[in-house]
Design a protein around this ligand. Structure first.
Ligand code: SF4
Ligand code: SF4
Length: 378
């Protein structure tokens, strides 16, 4: 098996592995699925075994949380071996209908949610939003994300930040319906060809705007643009980094207070992959009255919510407790009123778990921007 001129072993640097097992030791899904990523790294070295490995159901249990990559002493990315095996399945065409439909929707409509491209900026209706124009310089070019653009549960993230930006008086602009999926989930589902096409198209689109920074609302877009788009001209940041900067400059003023105990859940794509830990906490602490507490498993040890890695389109076969449920139980043990997150997938998975556990009356899952929107000085 070879990919272009590289063999599987070369592509994933399998000979660099010392079989220390730190990857599997840190993998959060091992408590509920039969996934041993160290074993895959070992077995994939035997190229004649690749097709057999690709047929194992557990390759779809990986959430691409990157804990294994963070822990690997040799700097390998063990999860990418699993993604490479997924690519083999995608190329064989024997893929789950949900995955096939999501990928086809990205190809045809620019989003994995099977929504119309023309409706991508419907969330802007009634709002005073500045739209970017090619060639017109803008300091902060916003990239919304497919999930935030279309899912009514998390559209408030985009809507609220518009109000805040207008209030702070900073130079910004959003893309209209020309915004297209960044390909984060396409990459982790293993559709390499489609991902390469998105990288080419999005690089061309985003470079048309003379932007100083691309500000992503979702950590998935943030990490993808930052790490997998080598030819982007603008710096890529997450919105919490921009807001923390505005906070330091005294450009954000909150009205009222929030006498609540809040615990922040570090999204894998923001923390472990993006190295952004302090800014979301600084924003939460800035709201008067907030008592910010911490999970025991936090920052680079944060528990995954299982929303990434294409898992929104792949049902887990495991009947064991979902990691999102474990996380909500941890929050309950801390007596937190609010579980704050900074990722649309974390909102959806954790809120679903909270409702499933029947904690709706006493607890709330909220995106930071959802909370801040309630406190912008009018
Ligand atoms: S942590 Fe890295 S070196 Fe250790 S077994 Fe896993 S892939 Fe190999
Ligand atoms: S990315 Fe996360 S879920 Fe996937 S193998 Fe690595 S540690 Fe496990």
């Amino acid at each position: 098996m070879s990919t272009e001129s590289q063999t599987f072993t070369e592509k994933y640097d399998l000979l660099g592995c010392i079989q220390c097992g730190r990857c599997t030791g840190g993998c959060p899904v091992t408590v509920r699925a039969d996934l041993n990523v160290r074993r895959f790294v070992y077995d994939a070295y035997h190229e004649e075994k690749l097709e057999e490995l690709a047929r194992l159901a557990e390759i779809w249990d990986c959430t691409a949380c990157h804990t294994c990559a963070v822990r690997c002493p040799k700097g390998l990315k063990p999860l990418e071996v699993l993604l490479g095996l997924r690519t083999m399945i995608i190329e064989s065409g024997k893929v789950e209908p949900t995955v096939r439909d999501a990928l086809q929707s990205v190809l045809l409509e620019g989003n994995p949610w099977e929504k119309s491209r023309a409706a991508r900026s419907d969330w802007m209706e009634g709002l005073d939003v500045k739209i970017a124009e090619p060639g017109v310089p803008v300091e902060n070019l916003f990239f919304v994300c497919c999930t935030i653009a279309y899912d009514p549960r998390v559209q408030s993230v985009a809507k609220n930040i518009v109000g805040l930006l207008n209030k702070a008086g900073i130079d910004y602009a959003f893309l209209d319906e020309s915004e297209t999926c960044c390909g984060s989930e396409v990459f982790t589902l293993g559709e390499e060809g489609l991902f390469e096409m998105l990288v080419e198209d999005n690089t061309e689109l985003l470079n048309e705007y003379t932007a100083k920074r691309i500000v992503c609302l979702s950590p998935h877009c943030f990490t993808t643009y930052k790490t997998r788009y080598p030819d982007l001209k603008a710096e890529v940041i997450h919105y919490t980094q921009l807001l923390e900067e505005l906070l330091r400059e005294g450009k954000l003023v909150w009205k009222g207070d929030l006498q609540k105990k809040i615990v922040f859940h570090d999204p894998c794509y923001l923390g472990k992959q993006g190295d952004v830990y302090d800014e979301p906490r600084a924003l939460l602490k800035s709201i008067p009255g907030v008592n910010l507490v911490e999970f025991e498993r936090r920052r680079e040890r944060s528990l995954c919510c299982e929303g990434g890695g294409g898992k929104m389109w792949v049902e887990s076969e495991s009947k064991k407790e979902r990691l999102a449920e474990t996380r909500i139980k941890d929050a309950k043990a801390l007596e937190a009123d609010i579980v704050a997150v900074a990722c649309p997938f974390c909102v959806l998975t954790l809120e679903d778990a909270m409702k499933g556990l029947g904690y709706e009356e006493e607890m709330r899952v909220a995106e930071i921007m959802e909370l801040l929107g309630e406190f912008v000085e009018a």
